[in-house]
Design a protein around this ligand. Structure first.
Ligand code: SAM
Length: 293
């Protein structure tokens, strides 16, 4: 079953949250003069038009709310905004003729902007139409290998990387109940093969009535807790609430990171209250569990 199309959600609150952390992690890896491998297990199409008129226009409650922050913008958001082609100054009225870009970069397009000549990218995408779009976007970029394969299964074949440095983004659509078991298993195996990698996993926060809420494994607080319990390495869990906790449907999303850059914590602490205020849950609508020695 592959009915999820990320184009309907491009630039949403979840994308703003996930991609601002992704940009930070990629820039952190670029800080060292050694190549790294970027692995995207669920890559999507690469680029998305923001003016389709047919989508859910998730961007209106996401990147569309970041305009006008000006000099107050925390650096995490400033870097993300500038990478998306949307400097965070000037008023934004939510219309596409403001400072909002007319197309939005998904995770592989963000990586393509930030990988250096010696870095490499490997992107998995199963949906035939999104894979074709991804080939159109990145097929000519010799730094990338594009795979029309299952990313959770294929991940282990790339680890450990020859260059001994990697950032792995795991960003499923959670359409299939089996992913709630397959993801922790794949991550555990990846960490066993390559414990030094930086891993970034996105997961939804679902209240009653959401299609995926019955799919949570265990009764210990959901996937975020399960991922935190996988092993005792340096890791963190950060959640952003776009509606009150436990609201019906999707009330926010979380990121679990293994080996997060140590400089990420103050960046998150500055950005999360701003993100929570702008994207819905009020200034206290976030949670950070930092377990880094
Ligand atoms: N990472 C993208 C971004 O940030 O721009 C968004 C990815 S979207 C949430 C999830 C994508 O995974 C969809 O395009 C879907 O077709 C694809 N997909 C679903 N199951 C997959 C699998 N087992 N392996 C690889 N891709 C898969």
């Amino acid at each position: 079953m592959l009915s999820y199309r990320h184009g309907f959600h491009a630039g949403s609150a979840a994308d703003v949250f996930k991609h601002s952390v992704l940009v930070f992690c990629l820039e952190y890896l670029r800080g060292k003069d050694k190549p790294f491998l970027y692995i995207d297990t669920h890559a999507g199409a690469g680029w998305y038009p923001l003016d389709t008129g047919t989508g859910s226009r998730g961007w209106e409650r996401g990147i569309g709310r970041l305009g006008g922050l000006g000099p107050e913008a925390p650096s995490l958001l400033r870097r993300y905004g500038s990478l998306c082609g949307m400097p965070l100054d000037g008023p934004l009225d939510g219309s596409l003729d403001g400072s909002l870009p007319c197309r939005y970069p998904g995770s592989p397009a963000i990586a393509a902007k930030l990988l250096r000549a010696g870095d490499r990218g490997a992107c998995f995408e199963l949906h035939p139409a999104d894979f074709a779009a991804l080939e159109g976007a990145l097929g000519g970029d010799r730094r990338f290998s594009l795979r029309h394969e299952d990313g959770l299964t294929g991940l282990k074949s790339l680890l450990p990387p020859l260059c001994r440095r990697a950032l792995v983004l795991i960003d499923p659509a959670y359409e299939d109940a089996a992913e709630y078991q397959a993801l922790p298993a794949a991550l555990e195996e990846a960490l066993r093969r390559f414990p030094a990698g930086v891993y970034l996993v996105w997961y939804p926060l679902l209240g009653p009535g959401a299609p995926g809420s019955r799919r949570r494994t265990g009764d210990d607080g959901g996937l975020g807790e399960i991922l935190m319990a996988l092993n005792g390495g340096n890791r963190c869990r950060v959640e952003l609430h776009t509606a009150p906790v436990g609201s019906p449907g999707l009330y926010g999303s979380g990121l679990a990171l293994y080996n997060p850059p140590w400089t990420l914590k103050p960046e998150l602490e500055a950005a999360l209250p701003v993100l929570a205020r702008l994207l819905g849950g009020g200034e206290t609508g976030w949670d950070l569990d930092w377990r880094v020695q």
